[in-house]
Ligand binder design. Sequence first.
Ligand code: ZN
Length: 382
Amino acid sequence: MLLDSTVLPKFSHRVRFTRGAFDAANPALRNLFAADEAIATRRAVVLIDDGVARAYGDALETKLRAYFAAHATSMPVIAEICVVPGGEAVKQDTRLCDLVVELVEKHRICRKSFVIAIGGGAMLDAVGFGSAIAHRGVRLVRLPTTVLAQDDAAMGVKNGINRFGKKNFVGAFAVPFAVLCDELLLETLPDAVFRAGFSEAVKIALLKDPMFFAEIEQNAERIAARNLDAASPVIRRSAELHLRHIADGGDPFESNAARPLDFGHWAAHRLESMSGYAISHGDAVALGLLLDCRYSNLMNSKAEGWLSDADYARICACIKRLGLPTHHPLFADQDALLRGLDEFREHLGGTLTITMLRGIGRGVEIHELDTTLVRAAATELA
Ligand SMILES: [Zn+2]
């Protein structure tokens, strides 16, 4: 007997941008729950990244409790608020993930109740994984608090933690209940954290939208100087392009080998791991992009139609003017770097598929890399 079937679940993936999400007069957070008629009977555990908690002191928790109280008939009941560590370190072991599972059990969070995570990309990844495995998935509301989390990570439908020195080795696909990006939370970020997030905007612009790249290029200094009038539209456009790719690209759970959103990431993940996660993901992506852009440019020595010298120079200048790194000594350890290609191939399922550029806004999938050219590009960036 054959019972082969197609399972086709449908998810809605709701993303909103606002400013001042915890001001009682701002309905954005409350509105996330509007469709649930039994919402006032639901419970929520709230986890706050200590980076955010430090920036606001007790004020954030007080404001949050006041907001939930002011909208009590249309919000879940807060069962507990926990301040937890953030940053890549929380993905290095299972402690944060375990804590989420324990909180779900302790407060009897059912599959219709909530984990609300307020934090950066790494914290959202670890909390997201705990939320995905407790009861095989409770409702997760993400409030991303860094540029990188708002312009890329929180748009994703995956989560994970690191093991065996490999990024995101353990994780799951899970569509969040909702994502609410509050631009006010970006104002208290350290400079380096603020800037690091723009490498993902450059990445998606290089892949999909030359006009968007030109916009980033024109505003690079203002963005690096943290002018939100310049930065906000870039963050929102990047989020939109990431979300469109995931929602409309036909492969949200990454069954195919082609992974364009991972442009520049094979080297980025390897550099993060080689540095013991001292290099932030955003900085590593800037470096990984430059490596693959230079490779795409060096390909002109073998065939026509690859990234031009002028376009490569524009990309380098843009990344530099955004205040992102353009060189790193770890590029000198090329044997270690190239092991990242094997890891990426293994992760994809055997066939290497890497995105390179024929021009700005024109990505192309390739299945073989000339390691001599990779080494030449890496030598220049060391
Ligand atoms: Zn990334």
